[in-house]
Ligand binder design. Structure first.
Ligand code: TMP
Length: 209
């Protein structure tokens, strides 16, 4: 078994970028390469996190305040770190999470317009400064992403948003990349799936070495 000495990888991107499928396939590929891999996701990953996820995504909660949303994502993350991410990293696993801290900056910061310094401060409190070693940002055209997503998923609270919201989120991800180009690796998610998997696998294996 190869030792990744506790390596955290996050997958990020707008709706329909293929994060969930790609992160799962990458995990399988890395396991076949001999790595001890754990996959997880946000919001969720724990029993408490699933309950918070239901509250956050329910289309019934259209009137949720932006601050309520911000704190619920962070509450789910605090539990996720305690129960899942930190123990797995401590035992030397390679942890792959479908969404993490950059989603909050992109969606609640750039998308909702909440002050970025407040978000960063809250993130620091919740994570104790832990950041992914690398983040795969799957880049997709907004309309294509939303079309893909609507064909496979029931409508949740975020899918009720106008395209303008997703433009802000996508722009947010671009700014996050500009701030941390070493950590964030942009991958073109409109390529054929096999090419994406190959590219992402190469990025991860190079980064672990
Ligand atoms: P998904 O992971 O199934 O795409 O759904 C999660 C939704 O929650 C997605 O619309 C992005 C949103 N989200 C935030 O707005 N902030 C966050 O911090 C996280 C983790 C997710």
């Amino acid at each position: 078994m190869k030792n990744s000495k506790g390596f955290l990888i996050s997958f990020e991107g707008i709706e329909g970028s293929g994060k969930t499928t790609i992160s799962r396939l990458i995990a399988e590929t890395l396991m076949m390469d001999g790595y001890e891999v754990m996959t997880t996701y946000e919001p969720g990953g724990t029993q408490i996190g699933h309950k918070i996820r239901d509250i956050l995504l329910s289309a019934e909660h259209k009137n949720m305040s932006h601050m309520c949303e911000l704190f619920l994502y962070n509450a789910a993350r605090a539990q996720h770190l305690k129960e899942i991410i930190l123990p797995a990293l401590q035992s030397g696993k390679l942890v792959i999470t479908d969404r993490f801290i950059d989603s909050t900056v992109a969606y609640q910061g750039y998308g909702r317009g909440i002050d970025l310094s407040l978000i960063r401060h809250l993130t620091e409190i919740v994570t104790g400064g832990l950041k992914p070693h690398i983040t795969i940002l799957l880049d997709i055209d907004i309309e294509l992403g939303l079309k893909r997503n609507r064909s496979i998923k029931k409508v949740d609270r975020f899918e009720l948003e106008e395209i303008e919201f997703y433009k802000k989120v996508k722009e947010g991800y671009r700014r996050i990349y500009e701030d941390e180009p070493k950590r964030i690796k942009i991958v073109d998610a409109s390529q054929p799936l096999e090419m994406i998997i190959q590219e992402v696998r190469d990025i991860i294996v190079r980064s672990i070495c």
